[in-house]
Design a protein around this ligand. Structure first.
Ligand code: ADP
Length: 859
């Protein structure tokens, strides 16, 4: 057995091997140790290998799914080795000692799941393959639970941003690739050949050319090759549902890198869960598929006005008709997840229940179609997707006739084909029904004949049908002429057989076997019908998801008094009465009111410097504006009174280092890497929020960097930008940067206490309120008093020497030429000036910053 095990384990590679033994999957050696630790189950041992006991643990087959789910969550992959013949077959083949043949039937990995129990209903499950073809990265991504597949290409420097957008649960890449993303699974290099990839895609979709699906570059096809090869490997030759690939054009979505996504807490909050995220604050979808679509919309907002407006018009349509919306959402709520049911059926893991879900879901889709069709004046997007809701009439009819109302999740025991669908099956069922009735009649007859009222005919898995009487009556039946044959003596009861019972039981068994075979045959036919229409069914599922998203967005807007944003193609941002959806909800729970604020940026006034006390609401203000842009471009209403959004191509959000102490790297370095990326990438169409950048280092360094960064953003990137800072020295920049203006969050001291108004006002912050905040936070009075004394001394000194920022106001502007060699800030300025920022990688930018620091005599 160990020989067979070790051979399978070699094949399983670094996956845990689930080795089927009867009713258990057993794990051995290190696999057992890993699994026992993650699953918190007993680690035992069995036999010896090279003189050492073999560690072992096992999980019951019938509850294996739950254990699998935990192992996958724990970061494992699992190879399932099943018995591929029965013990009888093995005996026939190789005598009584023969080992049952086993083979790996499937690899279960995070990216290749289809089981309902292993997937989160409201979350897509993405598998991605990435590779590099002559300096361009190809990315192929699919969610096999629904079959969606997307191909794109990007510069190597953008790969991490693309992967962050995809949020893949598993990534594969070519072996020995030096640019392999963290945690990616290495696969043979030849899987990632573009001609192979093209051939595989053609084969999957049965087409001679991919032209009908779109334009795919070599890197895209190479990645697709790697993806399909991996799926083929994981399914051991059975491919899951794959819809025709869609080519994604990088420019059609709002670019956001990983740091921006994390800092805006789009799909997950900084603590890791969905709670507290933008998604959670917006999501009012009533179906899992809708929630998945919304998450995708928010992860990849659009940049094309026409498409955004199409979505918005649909939301507006639902917003304007609360009754229709409520009706529709009621119907959608009861809708099964047909996309995922389809995924399981195509992957060969479908159950009768999945077919039932398709029947019900497609039937409801038809009704939704009819309701929406009957409305006049429909938005264009709805008209475009509406036809895909109808057209499954023949299939739903077939499924309705064939299936019982609530089909079971298991098909081994039959019972899912409806009466009247197949006469032969009905007859078989009648035969066993008759035989069952005959057995009931026998029981009555035997009671009569023997006079034993306690006689029963019973059934169990071992004996089949038998007659049972209490022991004290048994003797009467033991006689040779009684017509009963003894089978088993129990404590208190004795069991018998009879000829008639044997015959009737035989009829039941035979008819039952035939009936099961007939049902199995029908199941295969029905699966074939579904698979034949998988593309159409997938587009129905997508249409329902889109409708759910739009109706949900309308619901959210109505609930929160949100507004329809106006999308324009200029470089303005005009938000009146904007709010932060997550903070507002949190405050509402505590019974507090959110103070709405305006943000009006234009080419003439595109950089706002925002000062004011800590806790005054600066970060909240920055983020709410970024989120409003994001929501609008995702095609939804926004939390504001009015919003006019000049389309944004890239969105950046950065938070000064000290907020992110939990990360492993030097936080200041992280801050600077991220800042460098902004300086290198932000265009005039971008929107950038910078929160306390420069805070992670000493005051002088920090101020100098903040100063230089603001100048660079103003002079070079020329993007719209909100910059929150507590350095009021930066106010001086308003004198030289003409598109920069000063703002602050208001606070007041009232009877010696600080009152934060969370209200944005024009002009510089009058002072920093640091001590007042300290007092508010409960720092002991003596300490605050001492700090006040120190502060007074410092300020006096500053007044005498001209102060920390003395002379900065006279500093020539960023782009100007004159430089004082000895002035540290000027050195920085000159180096930055000679820089082609667009040509720098984040890494080079970081190195440069270190160099600058060294040159300035500090590093
Ligand atoms: P800062 O960045 O200035 O330190 P934050 O934006 O982190 O301040 O805000 C601190 C707290 O103030 C928030 O957690 C929130 O409770 C409250 N707050 C912020 N903005 C508002 C607002 N507009 N209305 C009401 N409360 C707010």
């Amino acid at each position: 057995m160990m020989t067979q095990y070790l051979a399978l384990k070699r094949e399983a590679g670094d996956c845990l091997l689930f080795y089927r033994m009867g009713d258990f999957f057993e794990l051995f050696f290190d696999d057992a140790k890993t699994a026992a630790a993650i699953l918190d189950i007993a680690l035992t041992s069995r036999g010896e290998h090279q003189g050492e006991p073999i560690p072992m643990c096992g999980v019951p087959v019938h509850s294996a799914e739950g254990y699998l789910a935990r192992l996958i969550k724990g970061g494992c992959r699992v190879a399932i080795a099943e018995q591929i013949e029965s013990p009888e077959e093995a005996k026939k083949r190789g005598g009584s000692k023969a080992l049952v043949a086993r083979d790996i039937v499937r690899f279960v990995t995070a990216g290749t799941l289809t089981e309902e129990a292993l997937l989160e209903p409201r979350r897509a499950n993405v598998l991605a393959a990435v590779c590099d073809v002559r300096g361009t990265c190809g990315v192929a991504a699919c969610d096999i639970s629904t079959g969606r597949m997307e191909l794109e290409e990007c510069d190597p420097g953008q790969l991490s941003a693309v992967l962050a957008r995809l949020g893949a649960s598993e990534v594969v890449c070519p072996e020995e690739w030096e640019a392999a993303p963290d945690g990616a699974i290495a696969r043979p290099r030849h899987d990632f050949a573009s001609d192979e990839g093209e051939a595989r895609l053609k084969a999957v979709h049965g087409v001679a050319t991919l032209d009908g699906f779109g334009d795919f570059s070599r890197p895209m096809l190479a990645a697709a090759g790697g993806l399909v090869a991996y799926l083929d490997h994981a399914g051991r030759g059975t491919l899951p549902l794959l819809l025709p690939p869609v080519a994604r054009d990088g420019g059609s979505t709002l670019a956001m890198d990983e740091a921006t996504r994390n800092s805006l807490e789009i799909l997950e909050s900084s603590t890791g869960g969905r709670a507290g995220s933008l998604l959670a604050a917006v999501d009012r979808c009533v179906t899992g598929a809708g929630a998945r679509q919304l998450a995708e919309d928010l992860a990849a907002p659009l940049t094309g006005r026409a498409k955004i407006e199409q979505r918005l018009t649909l939301v507006q349509w639902f917003h304007a008709d609360p009754l229709l919306r409520a009706d529709l959402r009621g119907v959608l709520r009861a809708l099964p997840d047909i996309g995922r049911a389809l995924g399981r059926v195509v992957a060969g893991r479908g159950s009768p229940r999945d077919l039932g879900q398709l029947r019900d879901g497609l039937g409801e889709a038809r009704r939704i179609h009819d309701v929406l069709q009957s409305r006049g004046e429909r938005p264009a997007l709805l008209d475009a997707i509406l036809p895909s809701l109808a057209g499954h009439g023949a299939l739903t009819d077939l499924l309705s006739r064939a299936l019982v109302p609530t089909p079971p999740t298991e098909r081994q025991n039959g019972g899912f084909i409806a009466e009247g669908y197949d006469h032969a099956l009905d007859e078989l069922r009648q035969v066993s029904g008759n035989a069952r009735r005959a057995i009931a009649a026998l029981e009555a007859k035997y009671r009569d004949e023997t006079g034993i009222a306690a006689l029963k005919i019973r059934h169990n898995g071992v004996l089949g049908y038998f007659i049972e009487v209490p022991s004290r009556h048994a003797d009467a039946l033991m006689t040779s002429d009684s017509g009963f044959t003894h089978r088993q003596t129990m404590a208190g009861a004795v069991r018998f057989n009879s000829l008639s019972l044997h015959e009737e039981a035989g009829r039941i068994a035979e008819a039952g076997g035939h009936a099961l075979a007939a049902e199995e045959g029908h199941f295969e036919e029905l699966v074939g019908e579904v698979v034949g229409r998988s593309r159409e069914i997938a587009s129905t599922a997508a249409a329902l998801a889109r409708i759910d998203v739009a109706a949900g967005q309308a619901e959210r807007a109505a609930e929160g008094g949100w507004t329809l944003p106006e999308i324009v193609e200029d470089r303005s941002l005009d938000i009146v009465g904007g709010r932060h959806p997550v903070v507002e909800a949190a405050l509402a729970k505590a019974g507090e009111r959110f103070v709405a604020n305006d943000c009006t940026l234009s080419p003439e006034d595109r950089l706002w410097l925002i000062g004011g006390p800590n806790m005054g609401g600066k970060s909240t203000f920055l983020r709410q504006n970024a989120l409003i842009v994001l929501l609008a471009q995702a095609g939804g209403y926004v939390p504001a009174e009015r919003a006019r959004i000049g389309l944004v191509d890239r969105l950046f959000s950065r938070v000064g280092a000290s907020d992110n102490l939990a990360r492993g790297r030097s936080t200041f370095m992280v801050e600077m890497v991220e800042t460098a990326a902004i300086l290198a990438q932000a265009s005039e169409d971008s929107f950038v929020i910078l929160d306390e950048v420069g805070r992670g280092t000493s005051t002088y360094d920090g101020l100098a960097l903040a100063w230089a960064v603001v100048e660079a953003v103003h002079e070079r990137n020329r993007c719209r930008c909100l910059f929150a800072t507590h350095y009021h020295e930066l106010s001086r920049l308003a004198e030289t940067c003409d598109a920069l203006s000063l703002h602050h969050v208001r606070a007041r001291e009232w009877k010696g206490d600080l009152v934060l108004l969370h209200e944005l006002a024009e002009g510089p912050a009058d002072r920093s309120y640091g001590l007042a905040v300290a007092k508010l936070a409960g720092v002991p009075k003596e300490v605050v008093a001492r700090a006040k004394a120190v502060l007074d001394r410092l300020e006096k000194g500053r007044a005498q020497t001209g102060g920390l920022a003395a002379g900065l106001g006279d500093l020539p502007l960023f782009a100007a030429a004159a430089v004082h060699e000895e002035d540290q800030i000027d050195i920085l300025r000159e180096r930055l000036h000679g820089l082609d920022i667009d040509a720098l990688t984040p890494r080079e930018a970081l190195d440069l910053l270190y160099e600058l620091k060294r040159e300035a005599g500090e590093g």
